[in-house]
Write a protein that binds this ligand. Sequence first.
Ligand code: FAD
Length: 619
Amino acid sequence: MNRCLSFAFFAALSISTHDEVHALVGVTKPRKVVVIGGGWAGFSAADALSRIQQQSDEQGGASAPAFDIEILDASPRGPGGLAAGWRTPKLDRPVEAGLHGFWREYQNTFAAIERIGLELDDVLTPFTPSILVSQSGRVALSPVLGDGYDKQKEEGSSKSDSTFGGGLAADPASLVTSRLAELLPPPLDLALLSEFEGDNPLATVDRLSGIGALGAWADFEQEDPKSWERYDNISAENLFKSIAGVTPVLYNELVSPLLHVLPMTPGYDCSAAAALSCLHVFALQTRGAFDVRWCRGTITEKIFNPWSEQLQERGNVYLRGGAKVTAITDLENDDIDVDASANKNNPSFRVSLNDGDDAIDADCIVFAIGGTSLKRLLPACPPLAKLPQTKAWKNFRGVTCVAVRLFFETEPLLLKEAMKDSPVVVCGANVGEIPELSETGFCIYDLERIQDSKDVVSAFEVDFFRADPLTSLTDEEVVRITLNAVTAAFKIPPIHENSLADLSVVRARDAVSHFCVGSASWSPDVKLSEGLYICGDWIDRTGHASWSTEKSVVTGIQAAATLADDFKTKTDIGVIPAAPDTPQLSALRQFARTIRGITPSVLKDMKPQAPWTFARRFF
Ligand SMILES: Cc1cc2nc3c(=O)[nH]c(=O)nc-3n(C[C@H](O)[C@H](O)[C@H](O)COP(=O)(O)OP(=O)(O)OC[C@H]3O[C@@H](n4cnc5c(N)ncnc54)[C@H](O)[C@@H]3O)c2cc1C
């Protein structure tokens, strides 16, 4: 049976038995919490809330859940949100709306996976190196710099040797490289130890010009709202080119391709604050911060299905797929009674599903949906629309992604050979000067080396970011462009469509949060108003230094903790703090703070310039 249907069926059964149990033991009726969105954020919030028990004095300490939680998701395909996977109708092969990497500092996400009872190494691959490609060709191979991978190499793990970097793992020079990395502070380890291509236009002077960005990196403090204000009102392109003074070659070869695949947008359409935060979190914060591991199958099958089962077994979590929330109204009951012993039966909100097919009354709502979905829902939600901070949400934009999965009849040997150094290739925009990809970055994955599944034989995934021009094309046209892009990236002869056994094209329109100039000011805290909470990768930008999946997990836990606190209870899941600054960054930050401290207030908005851009003013 389809898992979503089985969840709905189970939910219907358990709701009635639950009420009977409460009547029997005399404990207070749990508060009803509706979580809208069944991705990382929604599941993290539900996980944290569902563990909380109420204490009943009359029963001499007997306990019952403090909350009944219903997770609603519009998708009928199964849990996981944007990270979800399913199977192709034709050949029952696994597909996803894009592959999702787990960066080394995803500590809260790793902890969430372990709480399900899963072994990280069973679910995720070892950390992989990655190849960076710009419009002029291969730029660099970024090695794995963290300890774990070094250990694997020393211990001669066959999986890592043969699967995750081949030449890099076996090459004695790479062992020297990793030893050298230990002596260098981040980000110099990554910048200096990446293996740059000999024929790439990046010269030493270009690489050195990156030092011009150090001032802004030190001056920007992730958890300081004033820092975000200062850097959110200019574009990343402006910051790197005009203020940090990086050379056009460094910008085109390194900065721009990374912006196209990390915040998934060109520099002119990306907030400088978002770029600084994103590059810090994904690449610069600690040794090996740029190291990524991947799920060994679809995230739904490997993580969300066991997670759903675990939540369901608690008896107070119900999951409904195919349940699109289309309106939310107040129940004219403005005062939320936070006294857990009140046994009240007067919920505050009515959540309507699928244009009025069904409705659920709730004490509290946790929104765990993307900004563009919320923008669409807002007019039908007076309790949200009346809040002043939601007025700005009309500005939300999303990044469109298109995920293409290609299953080959026989091994595409040239492609395999081109990717022998890494199963992951990161490409900037305008590769191959293909008109539809002029602003589109993409990643190429050799799935056979990442995923365990027997279904995945010679399968490659190509995920396009900011891929709006592809969405109106047919699958065949998208596949043709994909094969052209792949052959252009590696400069190999054309690959023919007739070598494909199966394919899948998933279009996710406006799906990923777009961190454009000014967007940080629209990002709310996890509590919107009494009874209304929110989580996701675009929430609380100035808080915990995290992005994407990790940010969704962190804000999910934070939203649950805030809700629990409002009802005078407490969740036992805490947020693991972001990595502390390295000693080198701490010293730089201290220096930047001192300079800020003596800067006249009229110049407070100024950003630290590279000496050479500053000097340019006078010559
Ligand atoms: C191609 C691609 C590649 C990515 N790569 C990475 C990566 O490598 N690493 C990484 O960390 N992140 C990556 N991301 C981003 C990552 O997927 C998101 O940050 C993360 O999944 C967000 O989780 P979430 O729970 O906050 O929201 P979502 O996953 O967006 O979940 C929201 C859910 O809400 C549901 N919903 C929306 N509206 C309604 C409604 N009205 N009623 C009911 N349900 C509704 C949706 O169906 C969805 O299931 C990538 C995203 C894409 C698309």
